[in-house]
Design a protein around this ligand. Structure first.
Ligand code: GLY
Length: 309
């Protein structure tokens, strides 16, 4: 068995392996690991204490995919519930749907018995207020003001980072993938990134492998990045070549807003690799034989950034 995660998965990866050792499924393993990241108050890009939208509201996105049969669940723009990964799993298991957003997702979360919580912390509120005050003429009265120009200037490539990725594989070759995020800091209300979009930020297929993304979700949506990695594996590329090709697809995107992107990936045999547009960026993995996780460096593929606000 093996689990690969983005580096901020360090608070949960041991729990994922322990869960599979105790007989849990790959879905149980990654859900348990991601919940610990969602609860981590020091992580401002996932779950509780995540960075808010331009209006100061924490809107969470998550998805989960089962590589055995390609079933999936996703939620987007969820306010007031700290564990979107668990709500996404319930969507997959309890509904004939894949994707719920906004008030519908929140209604479903309450119906499934999830406990609501105030999601913004005093610290993140203070950061948002200070950042907003430096840009908006009247930061206390945004409700009825146009927001588009403000979002373009508030957002910059250095603020698009975050998100957690987990891919788990058991000894029978079952693979599952989970992604959770508070998304793009200062986003337009209602914005969805790649994390809840199956094929963009998350994809798993036992026959070929799996991939998940962090970074600027708009790019992964446009290039169908997670599905591309798995498709390149299906076409016979090695794991390393598949990841690099998916990064090159991101590099080749046009448009005014191009920022950082990262991929973690696994092939059907359980080999792992990861890729980044930032040199030196790390990821983590842990097997059932390991006493602790390993830290490894991602393969670097240059994706020049531009932000023409
Ligand atoms: N990759 C997370 C997001 O763009 O929301």
């Amino acid at each position: 068995m093996i689990v690969i995660a983005s580096s901020n998965g360090d608070v949960g990866i041991r729990q994922s392996i322990a869960m599979m050792k105790a007989g849990g499924s790959t879905l149980d393993a990654l859900e348990a690991g991601i919940r610990l990241v969602e609860d981590n108050p020091a992580d401002h890009w996932v779950g509780y204490s995540g960075m808010p939208s331009i209006l100061g509201e924490v809107e969470l996105d998550a998805s989960i995919m089962d590589g055995r049969d390609l079933t999936a669940g996703a939620v987007g723009c969820v306010k007031g519930f700290p564990h979107p990964i668990s709500i996404a799993r319930k969507v997959m298991e309890q509904l004939p749907h894949v994707f719920l957003v906004g008030p519908g997702a929140e209604r479903f979360a309450a119906e499934m018995g999830f406990e609501p919580r105030e999601m913004i912390t005093p610290e993140t509120r203070q950061t948002w207020q200070a950042d907003l005050a430096s840009l908006a003429q009247n930061p206390t009265q945004l409700e009825n003001q146009p927001l588009a120009g403000l979002v373009r200037h508030f957002s910059n490539p250095h603020r698009t980072r975050g998100t957690v990725n987990f891919i788990a594989r058991d000894d029978r070759g079952n693979i599952a993938t989970g992604v959770s995020t508070s998304g793009f800091y200062g986003k337009y209300p209602g914005r969805l990134g790649d994390s809840p979009v199956i094929g963009a930020g998350n994809y798993a297929d036992n026959r070929y492998g799996a991939a998940a993304c962090t970074g600027m979700g708009e790019m992964a949506i446009r290039a169908s990045t997670a599905r591309s990695v798995v498709m390149y594996l299906k076409q016979g590329l090695t794991l390393e070549a598949a990841g690099i090709q998916a990064m090159i697809d991101l590099r080749d995107l046009g448009g005014r807003f191009i920022s950082g992107m990262n991929i973690i990936a696994m092939n059907a045999q359980g080999r792992v690799a990861a890729f980044s547009s930032e040199p030196g960026k790390t990821y983590i993995y842990m097997t059932g034989e390991d006493s602790d996780f390993h830290v490894a460096t991602r393969s670097f593929v240059d994706v020049p950034q531009r932000w023409e606000a």
